[in-house]
Design a protein around this ligand. Structure first.
Ligand code: AFP
Length: 313
């Protein structure tokens, strides 16, 4: 094993998973996602930036790139032979792939999170959550793996299969090789990424932000969940929140497609993820469209946010 934070010699993703003795079907699934991402990178670099003329599960206008990325990923997963059910942020219903769930996985994904940032050339990402068997509507603590792929100046995959969090970077041959092993998040830190309009914050959240400002924390918010979470993991500290708002008690972010996989990764790195009142990974989503407020990152910062929410709402 390489020292945390140090670049080991080039170990590719498949080999790494084999060496970790991961389940063969899970290894296959993760490698299929890695393959799909090569085509998504290419679409982002050269594809049509216009609208598709359709809307997603949340009634939001879909971009041609959203639709294309969804198709690329869906096709790969459907033909992998190891997938039972699929839920995509871009489709209204769970898509059954195989009635036989034995040894198979169900996958929830957001093919291109933050896609409204592509036209201004900011970083975007793919987020994936993986469960054993058929059930997608179960608490996120039951995930067996989660990952995201960040399409930034470099393309990286950040992955956990329940044994820590590891980063792989796409090299010039478009293969993912291990760049950081056992990434950890410190218990506190001075970076904060605040989502949602501030004039809609509740008194608890407003007071929490006031305290962060007083402590001299730096505001770093990109508008993309993947780069913002990646910042916390790679800097090893900080907090992201998209809280409950006046008029939007569930905030904006989606439990299945965004919160569960990121909460799994952050917890695996030693951080925490909460709605402000309970652990994200303990939520049982009622439907694939479920949303929840989120405070995620360094443990002490998340605990502090919970204190303010408990005391002031
Ligand atoms: P889009 O996919 O519509 O760009 O939304 C991105 C996102 O779901 C998430 O990636 C961001 O953290 C969050 O929304 C940003 O929301 P605001 O635009 O309200 O800040």
């Amino acid at each position: 094993m390489a020292e945390p934070g140090k670049t080991p010699f080039q170990v590719d993703l498949r080999r790494y998973l084999r060496e970790q003795d991961e389940d063969r079907n899970l290894t296959r699934l993760i490698c299929e996602i890695a393959e799909a991402s090569k085509y998504i990178v290419n679409s982002i670099r050269t594809g049509d930036l216009g609208v598709a003329g359709t809307s997603n599960l949340y009634g939001e206008q879909q971009l041609a790139l959203d639709v294309l990325s969804d198709r690329i990923l869906r096709k790969r997963l459907a033909h992998s032979g190891v997938v039972a059910n699929i839920a995509s942020e871009e489709s209204p219903e769970i898509l059954p792939i195989s009635p036989d769930c034995e040894g198979k996985f169900s996958v929830a994904y957001d093919p291109l999170d933050g896609s409204s940032l592509v036209d201004v050339n900011l970083a975007v990402g793919t987020i994936v959550s993986i469960y054993e068997g058929c059930d997608l509507l179960q608490p996120g603590r039951n995930q067996v793996a989660a990952l995201y792929i960040l399409y930034g100046p470099r393309t990286t995959m950040v992955l956990s299969t329940g044994n820590g969090v590891h980063e792989f970077a796409m090299n010039k041959l478009m293969e993912y090789t291990l760049t950081r092993e056992n990434i950890t998040v410190e218990s506190s830190g001075s970076i904060y990424s605040p989502g949602g309009q501030r004039n809609k914050y509740t008194s608890g959240v407003e007071k929490f932000v006031g305290q962060l400002e007083e402590n001299g924390s730096k505001l770093r918010y990109s508008g993309g969940f993947v780069p913002d979470i990646n910042q916390i993991l790679m800097k090893g500290k900080g907090i992201f929140f998209y809280p409950h708002l006046q008029g939007a008690p569930d905030g904006k972010l989606r439990v299945l497609f965004e919160l569960n996989p990121m909460a799994y990764l952050i917890e695996q790195a030693g951080g925490a993820a909460s709605t402000g009142r309970e652990r994200i990974l303990d939520l049982t989503p009622e439907g694939i469209e479920a949303r929840a407020p989120v405070f995620i990152g360094s443990k002490e910062l998340v605990a502090k946010a919970e204190e303010y929410v408990a005391a002031h709402g």
